[in-house]
Design a protein. Structure first.
Length: 339
């Protein structure tokens, strides 16, 4: 990292976010990306605020101790709130600990409660995984969902820690199902639901691979590789008003592969069949940077038409300004597709 250029680049990043900071304050939100290095001058570096926690992450080369201290000094001189700092190098090997690169402030070992649109979320700098418990780039999608879900049923697929589901339930959704294979991730979601006084009867968590659940809900057969046959949880075919489809770029399991770049249709078809006819909507995401938005939308339209439920409309949602994309093509693509 060029230490001489970091301070002016960081100050420019804060200036660029002034209007967003004001908006987020009005929305009762204190979780925000304050530096997005790939487009703001330091590729591979991100700095996120979660209330009083500042989380620095690198995805390429690790920071040296003097670079971490420089970042701390720059933040101390520019941020208008007290904070504790943790640094995680995401390029580490699976067997390596984050402590190899940085011993964080003692306070960062504790859970921090942050707010988004007034909904409370727990965040921890270091935990059983490597991803933060709240993905900030999906905020714009959660904002839309909050304004659209009151009194409606929501299916949250690939839910991770259920942030979308918690936000929807807190905003008045009548029923939210959260589906993820990880029990520890779902437990974070349940704790966040409790933190926001969401009744258990409106907040369902299903620990299972998403593929068999969504195919059963859609009334489709559940495929399985013969070498990995195992029991899966049974659910009845049904529809939801809103379906959230936020898959990883790639994963492989006993029920097949999730391949966002090569076969998004295998995920979108069941989602289309689950969404209620005549007004059901799907919030779909695509995290692959090389996928072009218009081409992806066209593929969704073809898939829905082939499934017998052509889309009435498709609306694109851009991430907020804390994830700048100066070419107008953000890596995260989000759309609202209406059946």
């Amino acid at each position: 990292m060029d230490t001489d250029s970091f301070k002016p680049l960081f100050i420019q990043a804060l200036e660029r976010r002034k209007a967003l900071f004001a908006r987020l304050q009005r929305e009762n939100t204190n979780a925000v990306r304050i530096f997005h290095g790939i487009t703001e001058g330091v590729p591979g570096l991100t700095i996120d605020r979660y209330a009083s926690l500042v989380l620095v992450q690198t995805f390429r080369d690790p920071l040296k101790s003097q670079e971490i201290e420089l970042i701390r000094q720059v933040l101390s001189g520019t941020l208008q709130f007290p904070f504790s700092l943790a640094y995680n190098h995401r390029g580490k090997k699976a067997t390596e600990a984050f402590d190899l690169w940085h011993q964080p402030d003692p306070e960062t070992s504790k859970e921090v409660e942050c707010s988004e649109f007034g909904t409370k979320f727990l965040v921890r700098a270091r935990h059983f995984g490597i991803d933060p418990w709240l993905f900030l780039d999906l905020r714009a999608g959660r904002r839309f969902l909050r304004g659209a879900c009151k009194g409606l049923s929501v299916l949250n697929l690939f839910s991770y820690t259920c942030s979308v589901g918690v936000s929807a339930a807190e905003a008045g959704a009548s029923e939210v199902w959260n589906v993820d294979f990880s029990s520890s991730n779902l437990e974070v979601g349940r704790r966040n639901a409790t933190l926001n006084n969401i009744p258990e009867k409106r907040f369902v968590t299903i620990e299972e691979d998403c593929l068999p659940i969504m195919r059963q809900l859609a009334g489709l057969p559940v495929g399985m590789r013969s070498s990995q046959r195992r029991k899966f949880k049974k659910v009845e075919k049904r529809e939801f008003h809103l379906v959230v489809l936020d898959p990883p770029a790639w994963s492989k399991g006993p029920y097949g592969a999730v391949d966002v770049e090569g076969d998004y249709a295998s995920l979108f078809k069941p989602a289309v069949l689950i969404a209620r006819q005549n007004g059901g909507r799907i919030l779909a995401t695509n995290h692959v940077p090389g996928i072009e938005l218009n081409g992806w939308i066209e593929s969704l339209e073809r898939c829905a038409a082939k499934a017998g439920r052509p889309l009435k409309s498709v609306q694109s949602i851009l991430p907020d300004e804390d994830f700048p994309s100066f070419d107008g093509k953000p890596p995260l693509k989000m759309v609202i597709a209406e059946i």
